[in-house]
Write a protein that binds this ligand. Structure first.
Ligand code: KG4
Ligand code: ZN
Length: 344
């Protein structure tokens, strides 16, 4: 079965073609992505109206590119998948509208997918995919959650952030360091040259007995430290970046390991943009090895938003008989949609 997937929930237009072979093992045939990061950089964050317009401009050229790379024609597509939510309403509508129109024209079903389920299942496109059950650490720009994952569609929330997401903590701290938008990767790069112990920054909720997170206080501490440094900030930027990253990584790793121990699971899956962070990966590799568990990541390019994870999630849901694909051309988007309400 060949599934064409569209992702347009925020500032990346992603299109991809995924095939599930006879053994049911999913394979990425081709993918194309356009990031709007440079366009939004001037504004210090995503401008929703600009995002929607850019998705409109990119989505069809990217689709043609994917089909060409895969050597596939439109009539070979069995299912068209799109991100139904959560995300920016106008941006979601572009992917949804394109997918449903294409599906209707081809006489094929269309299927709306939960963006976070896409992230969660993306490690199944890696060379060494995980087996169920596992604990998932979902760390994106808008979400930080620990889930107990029993199977496709069976997600139990173990803990989540009570304020900012981990990606947001990276992005807001980066902004305070003058690194622009989106700051996560830039902060991580600057941190490579710094000393993670240079500044003692708070690790909110590190010793709480639950599996929740809080990152808003960290951002305030980074701001206070940056002000205190004043003109020295430029010279000490790498140290402050490294200390900030260490604080975020410390909390994410401690809580992930605690979730593994509490649930008795031996596998951790990390998904979402922050999962690309090298310091986080190194610390999780060490930490899980210490407790006799192991960690799975999506391929690096599929950590951040992409169409492949959407096509994949649709294929896996269909295989499990969970999908509600539609043939009637009707669709909606769900800008606010929690993974706990995935079947609603
Ligand atoms: O999953 P994603 O692409 O989009 C959302 O669904 O939100 O995640 C984007 C987030 C941003 O906050 C970005 O700064 C962060 O992931 N990010 C990183 C890295 N790469 C992306 N944060 C830290 N280190 C990185 N290497
Ligand atoms: Zn995402």
């Amino acid at each position: 079965m060949k599934v064409l997937g569209f992702e347009s929930s925020c500032d990346e237009t992603g299109v991809a073609l995924v095939e599930t072979g006879d053994a049911g093992v999913p394979r990425l045939l081709a993918e194309a992505l356009h990031s709007q990061a440079a366009m939004h950089a001037d504004y210090g964050g995503v401008v929703p109206e600009l995002a929607s317009r850019d998705h409109i401009r990119r989505v069809l050229p990217l689709t043609r590119e994917v089909l060409r790379m895969a050597g596939c024609s439109l009539d070979q597509i069995d299912l068209v998948a799109y991100t139904r939510g959560p995300g920016l309403a106008g941006a979601l509508l572009v992917g949804a509208g394109t997918a449903v129109a294409l599906a209707a024209a081809l006489g094929r079903p269309a299927l709306g997918v939960h963006h976070l389920e896409g992230h969660l299942l993306s490690p199944f496109l890696a060379d060494d995919p995980p087996q169920f059950p596992f604990v998932a650490l979902l760390v994106s720009g808008g979400h930080t959650q620990l889930m107990d994952v029993l199977g496709v569609g069976e997600y139990r929330l173990l803990g989540e952030t009570i304020d900012d997401a981990a990606g947001e903590a990276f992005d807001k701290s980066a902004k305070l360091l003058g690194l622009g938008y989106p700051g996560g990767p830039a902060l991580a790069q600057l941190a490579e040259a710094g000393n993670p112990k240079a500044f003692a920054l708070p690790r909110p909720l590190l010793h709480s007995h639950d599996l929740d997170f809080s990152f808003a206080g960290l951002k305030t501490a980074v701001m206070t430290q940056a002000r205190k440094l004043g003109p020295e900030l430029e010279a000490r930027g790498a140290d402050l970046a490294a200390s900030t990253q260490a604080a975020i990584v410390d909390v994410l790793v401690t809580k992930s390991l605690r979730a593994l121990v509490a649930s008795g699971r031996k596998r951790l899956v990390v998904a979402g943009g922050v999962g690309a962070n090298r310091a986080l990966r190194a610390a999780l590799d060490n930490g899980t090895a210490r407790i006799g568990a192991r960690v799975h990541y999506p391929p690096l390019a599929l950590c951040t938003d992409n169409g492949a994870m959407i096509a994949l999630a649709a294929a896996l849901r269909l295989q499990q008989g969970l999908a509600r694909s539609s043939l009637d051309g009707a669709f909606d988007v769900r800008p606010r949609w929690s993974l706990q309400e995935i079947d609603l």
